[in-house]
Design a protein around this ligand. Structure first.
Ligand code: ADP
Ligand code: ASP
Ligand code: MG
Length: 404
């Protein structure tokens, strides 16, 4: 069977009119003699709304009930798509993750797909049916519904492609590909024709919402090529594939940024072994993810300062945990919610010296102060004041000739 997996994101199925368009896209593949497996996200806004409701019911909403609740948006979108296909004379049926079943492991709210039973769907495909499968969810070994983390329908599409041995996996979204930076933030952003899993994974993890980071890990592990396209235009999109398939002379591939970081500084902590661990242990026990960390070199050998960043939604909890932590002493505690992380990403920096200097120099010319720096083999991230974000993206985009 020549199978294609088509995934539609929230905006693509955001209104009835758009769902009608999505049905036409699906039919265009049927006409090209593909067997089509459709994966859909919830209509835009629905998942956010469900999350808000859970918070209103309880500030400690049970995680398993959370998954039951937030997975429901996908059911609506899928039945509407199937309904439209049926209306147009095509045989189609919607399926929820647990009905297939799509098996997951891991914690509620961020599970990962480990297996998919292909029997029922293969039978339906052979009968000429178009299965429309809810993204973002599955069922665990306790037979409870699970979800895959925000943006998780991307992972559903990739794992369906793996288990059904699809020839193509196409992610239909509201932009016509992966750009050098968010095209909704910078007009000059350029579409990237082809990008490696490694670069895409960094771009996504560092804030490019266009693909869910975990889904790119799944794609890379299973060598699934992904096409990212727009459901609103017929333009060519972006291919995400292995490094070997790519020839590029670009040092930097893209720029990502986040808007919801917060910075915490502890002034005057003791400079002795075990202090950093004592600070971070309660944060880790409370599932607070610490991102960038810097510790100053102690001037007097006794005291030092430690700065780290977290998601701003975790700031209140972090504040409380630090204040009640008896294992640490500090002179002052400073919080800053107005920070953003800007990152440049590219495998070219492994072999090209001077990239760090060019980044810092470009920011300095625009008077943008760097608060924290972190690097890996293929990325450099800096923390800056949120008000400078547009200026920073724009100057770095120019510096690394991304608009060329
Ligand atoms: P979907 O609902 O289809 O899953 P998302 O909202 O999750 O769509 O992702 C698409 C959005 O990602 C775009 O509207 C765009 O603003 C944002 N985005 C961020 N960085 C990038 C990038 N580098 N390239 C393309 N889009 C990006
Ligand atoms: N509807 C889910 C979300 O909003 C999953 C997805 O969009 O992929 O996170
Ligand atoms: Mg998404």
């Amino acid at each position: 069977m020549k199978i294609v997996v088509l995934k539609f994101g929230g905006t693509s199925v955001g209104t009835i009119e758009r769902i009608k368009k999505v049905a036409n896209i699906i039919i265009s593949y049927i006409r090209k003699r593909y067997k089509v497996i459709v994966v859909s996200s919830a209509m835009s806004g629905i998942t956010n709304d469900l999350i808000k409701k859970s918070k209103k019911i309880s500030n400690n909403f049970d995680t398993s009930e959370y998954d039951v609740l937030v997975s429901t948006g996908e059911q609506i979108a899928c039945s509407l798509i199937s309904g439209r296909l049926n209306h147009l004379g095509y045989k189609s049926k919607s399926y929820m993750g647990w009905q297939i079943p799509i098996i997951t492991s891991g914690t509620y709210g961020s599970s990962r797909i480990t297996n998919i039973n292909v029997k029922k769907i293969n039978k339906f495909l052979k009968l000429g049916g178009i299965p429309v499968i809810t993204g973002f969810q599955g069922v665990n070994l306790n037979l409870r519904v699970t979800t895959l983390g925000r943006g998780g329908s991307d992972a559903s599409a990739i794992m369906l492609s793996k288990f059904f041995k699809a020839q193509k996996c196409i992610i239909y979204t509201d932009v016509d590909g992966v750009y050098t930076t968010d095209p909704n933030a910078l007009k000059n952003a350029k579409k990237i024709k082809i990008i490696s899993y490694e670069e895409m994974l960094e771009m996504a993890s560092l804030g490019a919402k266009v693909m869910q980071p975990a889904s790119i890990q799944d794609a890379r592990l299973n060598r699934i090529d992904i096409d990212v396209k727009s459901s609103f235009s017929k333009k060519n999109g972006t291919k995400i594939t292995k490094k070997k398939n790519i020839i590029s002379n670009k040092i930097i591939r893209g720029i990502s940024f986040t808007k919801n970081d917060a910075k915490v500084t502890l002034i005057g902590i003791k400079d002795k072994p075990g202090i950093a661990a004592a600070i971070f242990k309660p944060l880790s026990l409370n599932s607070i993810n610490v991102d960038m960390v810097v510790q100053n070199i102690s001037a007097n050998g006794k005291e030092t300062d430690l700065t780290f960043t977290i998601k701003s939604e975790d700031l209140y909890k972090t504040q409380k945990l630090i204040k009640k932590n008896r294992k640490i002493k500090f002179r002052n505690l400073i919080f800053d919610k107005n920070v953003s992380k800007v990152s440049i990403i590219g495998v070219g920096m492994i072999t090209t010296p001077g990239v760090t200097y060019r980044m810092f120099q470009a920011l300095a010319k625009k008077n943008i102060n760097i608060l924290v720096i972190s690097t890996s083999e293929i990325k450099i991230s800096v923390l800056i004041n949120k008000k400078n974000i547009t200026k920073a993206i724009s100057v770095l985009h120019k510096e690394f000739k991304l608009d060329k």
